[in-house]
Design a protein. Structure first.
Ligand SMILES: *[C@@H]1O[C@H](CO)[C@@H](O)[C@H](O)[C@H]1NC(C)=O
Ligand SMILES: *[C@@H]1O[C@H](CO)[C@@H](O)[C@H](O)[C@H]1NC(C)=O
Length: 366
């Protein structure tokens, strides 16, 4: 009892305080932790965890994996991280029925500018990934205020029923050239039932990238500075099927691309029943809409292949403008591998028409 109370700073709930003979696990159900070590050591005895002003030591993960069912984790005050060149993640959460939220006025500051060298995950300093939301079931992450992730932000993998609501990510510290490249906001793979609602993202890579998974929704997002709302790249991983995705009611501004689907050259897999609906574009510098089946090692080959068909794609209400040097619509499909598309109210103005489109399916002009 004595050693436990020194280990945990117990925020005793009033009923527990009033019932001193309550079993230990009940009295320990609410805990405030001020160090990452205390959180890791005490997480199993609490279902209401408050992380208060934690500085996570360099090279360590704020380990919130395998939480008790139904645990609530609240980030309070400022959460920061020591500097080390390593792979991360800085934060990891797993469990069932978990709620992760932010207290009013909190910030989770990844201190990314210390790592940023303009090379992202393609070289230079080794940069830790930010937040592993892996193996979360029937859970939610709500209202987090995140700044300056060293490289990729939320990695969502193996989720079954996960809602991320009102997550704000601002990776805008430092100048652009030395900035936070490859700071994808949400990377989704091998998951079923993911909802990302009301995300506000300023970054330098995909706002959303879905590599595999099904029943995924992204709505009410506001993305700027990055590479747009992407499916892919699909192919060449363990899971290569994307099914039933709705991306809707979102804005993409000051970005290289708007709507993007990329599948890997020579690979196999599928992209089926993806809908983009009511997407507003502004100041897009490369492609308003780009759908390409020719991706290899991070860049296009110009030679689309048909092993990852894109079927039943709906583009409904994609409007706005690209810059004068950009291309409004670029479609590079393999022979017969884009079909069953429904296209309505696609009006992207500005830029120059593409001369490179291949195998464009019925319904869209290039
Ligand atoms: C357009 O977006 C770029 C980033 O792609 C940004 O540097 C520039 O300031 C934006 N222009 C306007 C007028 O907002
Ligand atoms: C496209 O595929 C069909 C069979 O599905 C084949 O007959 C045709 O020759 C192919 N065209 C090209 C240009 O490869």
């Amino acid at each position: 009892m004595h050693s436990l109370s020194t280990l945990l700073v117990l925020g005793l709930s009033s009923w527990a305080a009033a019932v001193p003979a309550a079993p230990l696990e009940h009295r320990a159900s609410s805990c405030t932790f001020k160090t990452a070590a205390a959180a890791a050591a005490g997480k199993k005895s609490c279902t209401n965890i408050v992380l208060q002003d934690i500085t996570v030591p360099a090279g360590q993960t704020l380990d919130l994996t395998k939480l008790k069912d139904g645990t609530t984790v609240t980030f309070a005050g400022k959460t920061t991280f020591g500097y080390k060149e390593w792979e991360g993640p800085l934060i990891s959460v797993s469990g069932k029925g978990i709620t992760v939220k932010g207290a009013s006025g909190h910030v989770i500051d990844g201190n990314g500018a210390k790592w940023w060298d303009g090379k992202g995950s393609n070289g230079g300093k080794k940069k830790p990934k930010f937040f592993f939301a892996h193996s979360l079931t029937s859970s939610s992450i709500v209202g987090l205020n995140v700044k300056n992730t060293p490289v990729q932000g939320f990695s969502i993998n193996g989720a079954n029923g996960l809602t991320l609501k009102n997550i704000h990510i601002d990776n805008s510290a430092g100048d652009y050239e030395k900035g936070g490249h490859n700071t994808d906001a949400f990377d989704v793979g091998s998951s079923d039932g993911v909802k990302i609602i009301g995300a506000v993202v300023k970054n330098q890579d995909d706002c959303l990238a879905i590599n595999s998974g099904k029943n995924i929704e992204f709505t009410g997002g506001d993305c700027s500075g990055g590479h747009g709302l992407s499916i892919g790249s699909v192919g060449g991983r363990k899971d290569n099927d994307v099914e039933n995705v709705v991306i809707s009611n979102s804005k993409i501004s000051d970005s290289t691309n708007g709507v993007r689907i990329k599948t890997v050259y020579g690979a196999t897999g599928s992209v089926d029943h993806v809908t983009y609906s009511n997407i507003q574009l502004s100041n897009i510098s490369k492609y308003g809409i780009v759908i390409q089946q020719d991706y290899e090692n991070g860049s296009p080959t110009g030679k689309p292949t048909n092993g990852v068909p894109i079927t039943h794609l709906t583009l409904d209400g994609i409007t706005g403008s690209v810059t004068s040097k950009a291309t409004p619509v670029q479609i590079l499909c393999g022979n017969g591998s884009c079909s069953g598309w429904e296209v309505e109210n696609v009006k992207v103005s500005g830029g120059k028409k593409s001369s490179k489109c291949q195998n464009v399916p019925k319904g869209i002009s290039c």
